[in-house]
Write a protein that binds this ligand. Structure first.
Ligand SMILES: Cc1cc2nc3c(=O)[nH]c(=O)nc-3n(C[C@H](O)[C@H](O)[C@H](O)COP(=O)(O)OP(=O)(O)OC[C@H]3O[C@@H](n4cnc5c(N)ncnc54)[C@H](O)[C@@H]3O)c2cc1C
Ligand code: FES
Length: 397
C-alpha cells in the first residue's frame, strides 16, 4: 500500500505543502526587498528599455549604422545573429520595426556603457528607413526589446563549416557573426564562407570592413561577392544559384540564409538540387513579401479591394479601412491604433490576436501560427492580409 501512496503523491506536493506551511507560519511579515533570481531574470530578459543613439555612420551609399546605448547601463547578452525590435516615434505614432544587430556581442562591453549597432538600408522611398535617415540623430531616444530570434550558431547543432548566403541588407547578422568569429569568443574554430549577393559593387554594405576581417583570419573567413548587375565585375556574377554555392560550400556545411524573400525561394531550389538536408539549413525571417499578390495561392480577385476592420481592444471598438495588399498590422499602425510587433514576419507569435469574423490570407512563407490557433481563430496580424471585412480583437498594452 506504500506503493499506492507514493503514486498518489508522485509530485511530492504534500511534502512540499508541509514545508511551505511551516515557512509561512514562521514568516515575520516583512516585505523582502530584492529577489535575486527575479533580478537576474530581469537583467537577462528585460522588457522594452530606453536606448540612446550615440553614433550614426554611413557604411555604404545606401546604408547607415546607428549605435544604441542602454540608458540604464544594462544591456542583456545576445548571440551574434539575433535582432532587436525598436519602437520609433513617427509623428504622433509609435511604430515598431525589427533590425538585426550588426555589431558583435564582444563589442557590446568594450565601451563605457554597453551598446549595439543596427544597419539600415534605404533604397528608394521606404517608410521607416526614410524616417530613420532623416530624423534619427545622435542623442535621440527610442524604446527597444532585445535579444530576439534564433538565427545564430549553435555548436551542438551546427557544422563548424558555415556557409552564409546573404542578399542586400541581409548582410547585417553575418557581419555580426564574422566580427565575433574573428575577434570574439562565441564562434570558436568556426570557418565562415560568406556568399554575398548584391546588384552592383557600390551596393555592397561593409565592403572594406569585410575585406579587413578576411585578411585578419584568412584561414577561417572567406568572402565572395556575387554581383547581378555589373557586367565588368571581375569576380562572381549572376545570382546565388547551384553553381556558385557548390563551388564554395566545402564539406558538410550548415547554411545560414538571410536576405529578401525572393532570394529564399531561389536559394531553396539550389539547396534542394544539392541535396542539402533540412537540418543543415537555417533561415532568418526578413519581413513580409514586397508584393503579397505574387505569393503562392493569393486570390487575385481580392488584390485591389479595401476592407473594413472592426478592431476591439478592451472596451474600445474602432472601425478602420484596410488595403488588401497590406498586412492587418500596417492598417492598425496607419489608423494610429497602438499595436506592438517583434518579428513582423508571422513567426514569433508576439502579435497574436483573435480573428472573430472574416477571412485573411497568410502566405505559406510567413505562417508561424500553431495548428490549434488556426482552428480556434487566432492569427498573426503582422503577416495576414484581409480578404473580407474583419472583426478582430487585439491585445491592450
Ligand atoms: C528579423 C528582421 C531583421 C531585419 N533586419 C534589417 C536590417 O538589419 N537592415 C535593414 O535595412 N532592414 C532590416 N529588416 C527590415 C526592416 O525591419 C524594415 O522592414 C525595413 O527597414 C523597411 O521598412 P518599411 O517601413 O519601409 O517597410 P515595411 O516594414 O515592409 O512596412 C510596410 C509598409 O508599411 C507602410 N506603413 C507602415 N506604417 C505606416 C504608417 N504609420 N503610416 C504610413 N505608412 C505606413 C509603409 O508604406 C511601408 O512601406 C529586418 C526585418 C526583420 C523581420
Ligand atoms: S510580430 Fe512576430 S508573429 Fe507578428
Amino acid at each position: 500500500m506504500k506503493v499506492n501512496g507514493f503514486f498518489k503523491d508522485v509530485s511530492g506536493a504534500s511534502r512540499d505543502e508541509k514545508r511551505r506551511r511551516a515557512a509561512f507560519d514562521q514568516a515575520d511579515g516583512k516585505v523582502v526587498g530584492v529577489d535575486p533570481i527575479r533580478q537576474t531574470a530581469l537583467e537577462l530578459h528585460p522588457g522594452p528599455q530606453k536606448l540612446k543613439v550615440t553614433k550614426v555612420t554611413d557604411v555604404s551609399p545606401t546604408a547607415r549604422t546607428f549605435r544604441f546605448e542602454a540608458v540604464s547601463g544594462v544591456l542583456p547578452p545576445f548571440q551574434a545573429g539575433q535582432y532587436a525590435s525598436l519602437l520609433f516615434q513617427v509623428g504622433e505614432e509609435s511604430i515598431c520595426r525589427p533590425y538585426s544587430i550588426s555589431s558583435a556581442p564582444y563589442m557590446a562591453r568594450t565601451g563605457e556603457k554597453p551598446y549595439f549597432d543596427i544597419t539600415v538600408r534605404r533604397k528608394g522611398p521606404n517608410f521607416m528607413p526614410d524616417h530613420l535617415f532623416e530624423e534619427l540623430k545622435e542623442g535621440a531616444e527610442v524604446a527597444g526589446s532585445l535579444p530576439l530570434g534564433h538565427f545564430y550558431y549553435e555548436s551542438l547543432r551546427d557544422s563548424k563549416n558555415l556557409v552564409c548566403l546573404a542578399g542586400g541588407s541581409g548582410i547585417t547578422p553575418f557581419y555580426s557573426m564574422i566580427q565575433e568569429a574573428v575577434h570574439g569568443s562565441q564562434l570558436p574554430d568556426v570557418h565562415i564562407t560568406l556568399l554575398y549577393g548584391s546588384a552592383k559593387s557600390n551596393d555592397i554594405i561593409f565592403r572594406q570592413e569585410l575585406d579587413r576581417l578576411e585578411q585578419a583570419a584568412p584561414d577561417r573567413i572567406r568572402i565572395v561577392h556575387i554581383l547581378s548587375d555589373e557586367p565588368d565585375w571581375k569576380g562572381e556574377k549572376g545570382f546565388l544559384g547551384t553553381e556558385v554555392i557548390s563551388k564554395y560550400m566545402g564539406e558538410d556545411p550548415t547554411f545560414f540564409i538571410c536576405g529578401p524573400q525572393v532570394m529564399y525561394r531561389f536559394v531553396a531550389k539550389a539547396l534542394a538540387e544539392l541535396k542539402i538536408k533540412e537540418r543543415r539549413i537555417r533561415r532568418e525571417v526578413f519581413g513580409t513579401p514586397r508584393d503579397i499578390t505574387r505569393s503562392e495561392g493569393y486570390p487575385m480577385e481580392a488584390a485591389d479591394k479595401t476592407f473594413r476592420i472592426t478592431v476591439r481592444r478592451g472596451i474600445h471598438e474602432d472601425v478602420i479601412e484596410a488595403d488588401a495588399k497590406e498586412p492587418v498590422a500596417v492598417a492598425l499602425e496607419r489608423a494610429k491604433i497602438p499595436f506592438l510587433t517583434d518579428c513582423r514576419s508571422g513567426e514569433c507569435g508576439f502579435c497574436r490576436s483573435q480573428l472573430i469574423s472574416g477571412r485573411v490570407f497568410v502566405s505559406p512563407d510567413g505562417d508561424g501560427r500553431r495548428a490549434e490557433d488556426k482552428i480556434l481563430g487566432w492569427f498573426h496580424p503582422c503577416a495576414s492580409y484581409p480578404l473580407s471585412d474583419l472583426t478582430i480583437k487585439i491585445p491592450i498594452y
